[in-house]
Ligand binder design. Structure first.
Ligand SMILES: [Zn+2]
Length: 1119
């Protein structure tokens, strides 16, 4: 290779660009429709066979024979899926029973008085499932009461996973042992404390508050005998009545009627929360796992136990200081007969179950296609498999709304507090059975639009005057129909050609854009991809560079293509860098690639034009040669410092010089501390957690990246960032450009080829292959009365209406919030039109249009009846995750809780039939709002555990920002599947169970996934045969904890489980790395983090406790 060390003078940017082969605008002028792009999405449904060649499977498969994993063993996921390293603070398996005992008196009010969750609202029509009869409700009530029955104090021991000592030893050896390599660790755990608790107080399983129903369990033996009951499909989904027997059989029910209880405490609402108050106070001593507050080892960074964000004050402020009226001991405690003082609790089976709701929707709505012809229809849940037939409204795959019924007035909307928002995924991938949007070509005249508001022609436009004019459905303006577009109307006033034209009959379609829609009135060139590889010491040493260069050789054949194109129109370029940048000339006429070094990073320029961006097929030999040479050239590097902003700058300048849009793939390893623009310092400071300055951890440390992002957006330069950090790299700052340019960030903490290659390769392939729209602008228009006022996602906005996206792929969403401008009309409803102007992968300029009509209502009940909780949660999570940039995290949590309480209180007040104040009544469509909201509240961004790093939080924060509804759904409430319960021959996915430890049986194996992480949990009592079939070892103890891959075995169970894992991975947009976790093993803490119905170690409330808290909040609002 020729290395030209001295940078040549600035090249003549102005010089005319070569004509790029492969760009044939004309070939796309035509035809869309059904004949168009067959199915560009097929490739995502699994690994492309062609790839298998590269990494021999064996490479990534650590031999399971390594026995007990020495702490440093490769299989232990370092910063993998769980995005983080789990510190020692998490070790304790659960609270001690003492705590539980102490909670008892406090718990009293939960069960006895106020809370009788009645989720169904009989008076209200229920879209999902059969309406509960009043009998059902009564039964449920009865169930509640009974379930709140007294339980004997738990047996002093035998409830835990093992003797206290085992706990202690587990904790002792947990993370510090080097499992997580050099990655940042949590603080040292209060081992002695943990032991103290475990020893002094009978060990207890976690999820203490729920233990009563399932109390007696022998450690090691089959646990939770009653559990299998509820989990069996037939039973667990049977609804409240089915659950009855369980409760009835429990010890002397107090059989108190809610009303009775209520009568007891006159005056203020029964302090149901007092239980929590007391409970949480006591939990300081253990119920939340390792005691938090009082222990010396837990410094300020750790939040106090209080789960609800409603507690002010730093963690140190111990419970007694809490000022909460409900903390005052409840009077009725003393009035109750002694037996009832022991414990009251809510039966987890009697509170709304996500699994049940998902299952019901699948059963009720999964069999028939969702036809979009009717205005204001609520689509099936995102968890239901269904087909969509476009009959005039956009498919829910493109747009989902928080409500499909908008209040007519802003007063009503304010009263209900239900955010009105749409989660829009303009380029969503469709299943193969559904056709991509038709492409409409109106020739030189371009798409037909309203003269006033510029809305595009759509099925809701009204043709009048015999078809000579049309009235805009958005602004009511009357427009002339151009002669070439004229058509007669039928007797109903409809154009006779309506069904021949997608824009008159479908919810979604595309227009071919004319030159008027192009920058500088010039049709765009096809986009380019630039691969920019960090070749500093860390990148070389970890094997990353070698792996990447090898992979790129084959990957370049999978650049996105359009329609039936033979080869991709996308050109590629290569840069390597550490403190300086190396550009490569890979022109096809060269025998060898040429390197040009630019060391003046302060004033970045591109040293070559000709030969930098090339067609893969033409320059293949030179490219292959380059990729072979790069790892060798830098093999002996000692350079540890990197730059970052100049890298982006260089890529962007190169695209600018080539006058095209494109994408930068940056592979980066470290905090850019080299002297250069965008230089960063390590400003990580965990002490800021729970202070007013915590927000600074999420903010970029310099404004340089925003400015750079703005330039990138102007150029249509999208940045995808692959991070391989061994320590803090300031994700909050590094992700600014990807975030603002519509790009993606991937993070592989402590990357090691043998452990992480499969995940990285899979993510990279998908990322390179995926179809992207470049240089895009999105505008959402609405009919008179409402207006888009706020936007969430990965994009840039330079004004208040246009969402600018340097790139947009099929996975990213833009969430739009609407507010009232004026009164809406029930009759005409409300309309949304989302128009996305973008450049396709082949360089074609297009407009994609999505239309959606919503109903408007004057009755609040209609609003609550047509809501979608999953979308609501998506919006609320994004709202909260943006909020942490500007407000203390606690304020953000409080805001969410208050809003949720207001939503539910408004329902209770205005829509529910009269009933005792002691009952919690939730709207049918929102009965999961509390459980899901709690998951958001205790997520790592809003309530981090000790093990979650600042980078992890910033990473997740930006990920969630552009997630779609299905992704947030499973991310916040993971899917937990029993693997060994259903018959082995069953080909369907096993029914999921609720994410709570209480639902696990030690004789079974479970799989858990949340879209980013994938776990297999193995119970200690699993049959040997099963262990053998799955892990190829003879006993539980021989299973390697932290195993990252299942052995390929020729038996039905192994095939089934591996097949399931493959299918789950194919469903998610990122590769989920597997971790095998054994019951009672130290890694189990990783897994338990995802059992979101339980209390979390970071202080997050259990579902039951949160529901009680919600109830209290609602009652306060109502009183
Ligand atoms: Zn208009």
């Amino acid at each position: 290779m020729n290395v030209n060390q001295s940078a040549p003078p600035v090249p003549p940017y102005g010089q005319p660009q070569p004509v790029y082969p492969g760009h044939h605008q004309s070939s796309y002028g035509g035809q869309p429709g059904s004949t168009a792009p067959p199915n560009p999405y097929g490739v995502y449904n699994g690994p492309v066979p062609g790839y298998q060649q590269t990494p021999p499977p064996g490479v990534s498969r650590a031999p399971p024979s390594s026995g007990v994993p020495p702490a440093s063993t490769a299989q232990v996921p370092c910063g993998q899926g769980a995005y983080g390293q789990f510190g020692q603070g998490d070790v304790q398996n659960g609270p001690s029973s003492t705590v539980q005992m102490q909670r008892l008196p406090g718990s009293q009010p939960f069960g006895s008085a106020p809370l009788a969750p009645v989720v169904s609202q009989p008076a209200v029509l229920q879209p999902y499932g059969p309406p509960p009869t009043s009998a059902q409700v009564t039964a449920q009530l009865a169930g509640m009461q009974i379930s709140g029955s007294v339980n004997p104090a738990p047996p002093p021991s035998g409830l835990g996973y093992g003797p206290p000592t085992s706990l202690a030893s587990a904790s002792g050896s947990f993370p510090n042992s080097g499992l997580y390599g050099s990655c940042p660790q949590g603080q040292a755990p209060p081992l002695s404390q943990a032991q103290g608790h475990s020893g002094a107080q009978a060990p207890q399983r976690s999820a203490p508050q729920q233990a009563s129903s399932f109390t007696p369990q022998a450690s090691g033996g089959p646990r939770m005998p009653s559990m299998t009951g509820p989990l069996l499909p037939g039973q667990s989904f049977g609804g409240p009545p089915v659950n009855q027997p369980n409760h009835v059989s429990s010890p002397p029910p107090q059989a108190l009627h809610p009303g009775t209880q209520m009568a007891g405490p006159p005056g203020p609402p029964p302090p149901m929360h007092s239980s929590q108050q007391q409970g949480y106070q006591l939990q300081q001593n253990g119920s939340f796992g390792p005691a938090r507050g009082p222990q010396p080892n837990y410094g300020s960074p750790y939040p106090g136990a209080p789960a609800f964000g409603s507690q002010p004050g730093p963690p140190q402020s111990l419970p007694p200081k809490r000022l909460d009226p409900d903390a005052i001991p409840s009077p009725q405690l003393n009035e109750l007969p002694p037996q009832q003082k022991t414990r009251h609790r809510i039966d987890p089976d009697a509170i709304p179950s996500p699994i049940q709701v998902i299952e019901d929707d699948r059963n009720n709505r999964g069999s028939e296609p969702f036809v979009t012809g009717v205005r204001g229809q609520v689509p099936p849940l995102v968890t239901t498999n269904f087909l969509v037939k476009d009959q005039g409204n956009a498919s829910p795959r493109y747009i989902r709304c928080t409500s499909y019924n908008i209040p007519c007035t802003s007063d009503m909307a304010k009263q209900a507090q239900v955010p009105l928002a749409a989660v829009i995924k303009p380029l969503a991938r469709l299943p193969p059975e559904e056709a991509s949007p038709y492409l409409v070509d109106h020739g030189e005249s371009g798409p037909l639009r309203c003269n006033r508001c510029k809305a595009y022609m759509c099925p809701f436009m009204q043709f009048v005057e015999g078809g000579r004019r049309f009235q805009c459905c958005f602004c009511s303006c009357i427009n002339d129909v151009p002669p070439q577009y004229f058509q007669h109307l039928d007797h109903t006033g409809k154009r006779v050609d309506a069904y021949d034209r997608p824009e008159l009959s479908l919810g979604s379609y595309e227009f071919l854009a004319t030159v008027d829609y192009c920058k500088n009135n010039k049709f765009p060139s096809p986009p380019a991809f630039i691969f920019m590889i960090d070749v500093s010491y860390n990148a070389i040493r970890s094997g990353l560079v070698r792996l990447l260069c090898e992979e790129l050789k084959s990957l370049l054949d999978f650049l996105p293509r359009e329609g039936g194109a033979e080869e991709s129109a996308i050109r590629v370029g290569f840069v390597t860098y550490n403190k300086v940048l190396h550009f490569y000339n890979v022109k096809s006429s060269l025998a060898q690639p040429q390197m040009m070094v630019v060391s003046d990073v302060a004033d970045m320029f591109v040293p070559l034009l000709d030969g930098f961006l090339v067609n893969v097929n033409e320059s293949r030999a030179v490219i292959i040669s380059l990729l072979d040479q790069i790892p060798e050239m830098f093999a002996d590097t000692r350079e540890t410092e990197t730059v970052f902003a100049p890298v982006i700058q260089a890529g962007m300048e190169a695209l600018k010089a080539a006058e095209c849009a494109g994408k930068l793939f940056i592979f980066h390893t470290s905090l850019p501390i080299a002297e250069a623009p965008g230089k960063l310092k390590n400003r990580d400071d965990r002490k800021l957690i729970n202070t007013d300055k915590e927000k600074t951890l999420f903010q970029p440390q310099t404004g340089a990246y925003q400015a750079l992002a703005k330039e990138c957006v102007a150029q249509g330069c999208c940045v995808d960032l692959f991070l391989f950090p061994n320590q803090y790299v300031d994700v909050a700052t590094l992700s600014v450009v990807p975030q603002l340019t519509g790009g993606s960030v991937y993070k592989y903490t402590c990357f090691q080829v043998e452990n992480d290659q499969e995940r990285f390769m899979s993510d990279l392939r998908r990322d390179v292959e995926k179809v992207v729209g470049f240089d895009a602008v999105m505008r959402v228009r609405t009919s008179t009365g409402i207006r888009a006022v706020d936007f969430f996602g990965a994009f840039y906005m330079s004004n208040t209406t246009d969402v600018e996206l340097a790139g947009l792929d099929g996975e990213k969403t833009v969430t739009v919030e609407f507010k009232h401008d004026d009164r809406l009309n029930e009759e005409s409803g409300a309309l949304l039109q989302c128009a996305l102007l973008y450049t396709s992968c082949a360089g074609q300029r297009r407009l994609r249009i999505h239309n959606l009509a919503l109903n408007c209502c004057t009755q609040l009940a209609d609003l609550y009846r047509n809501c979608e909780t999953d979308t609501l949660i998506n919006y609320m999570a994004k709202f909260a995750y943006r909020g942490v940039l500007n407000s203390p995290v606690k304020t953000v949590r409080d805001t969410l809780i208050t809003q949720c309480a207001q939503i539910l209180a408004c329902y209770r007040k205005n829509c529910a039939s009269p009933s005792s104040a002691g009952q919690l009544i939730l709207p049918e469509c929102m009965k999961l709002l509390p459980v899901y909201l709690n998951c958001v509240l205790k997520s790592d961004v809003l309530q981090p555990g000790a093990e979650v790093t600042t980078d992890d939080r910033a990473y997740v924060r930006q990920l969630v920002t552009s997630m779609d509804v299905a992704e947030t759904n499973v991310f916040f409430y993971p899917r937990l599947l029993p693997l060994t319960k259903s018959p082995i021959e069953s080909t369907t996915e096993p029914p999921a169970i609720r994410a709570s430890e209480e639902r696990l049986s030690n004789g079974d194996i479970y799989l858990l996934e949340n879209g980013l992480n994938l776990f297999i949990w193995v119970g200690a009592g699993v049959q040997q045969g099963v262990v053998q079939s799955l892990f190829s070892v003879s006993s539980f103890s021989q299973i390697t904890s932290g195993l990252g891959i299942l052995p390929v075995l020729d038996n039905p169970l192994s095939k089934k489980v591996r097949g399931l894992i493959d299918s789950l991975r194919a469903q998610r947009s990122r590769y989920m790395k597997l971790i095998v976790v054994k019951q009672e093993d130290k890694l189990e803490m990783l897994f338990k983090h995802f059992l979101v119905e339980d209390k979390s170690l970071s202080g997050g409330a259990s579902y039951v406790d949160f529901l009680c808290h919600m109830h209290k909040e609602i009652r306060q609002l109502l009183s």
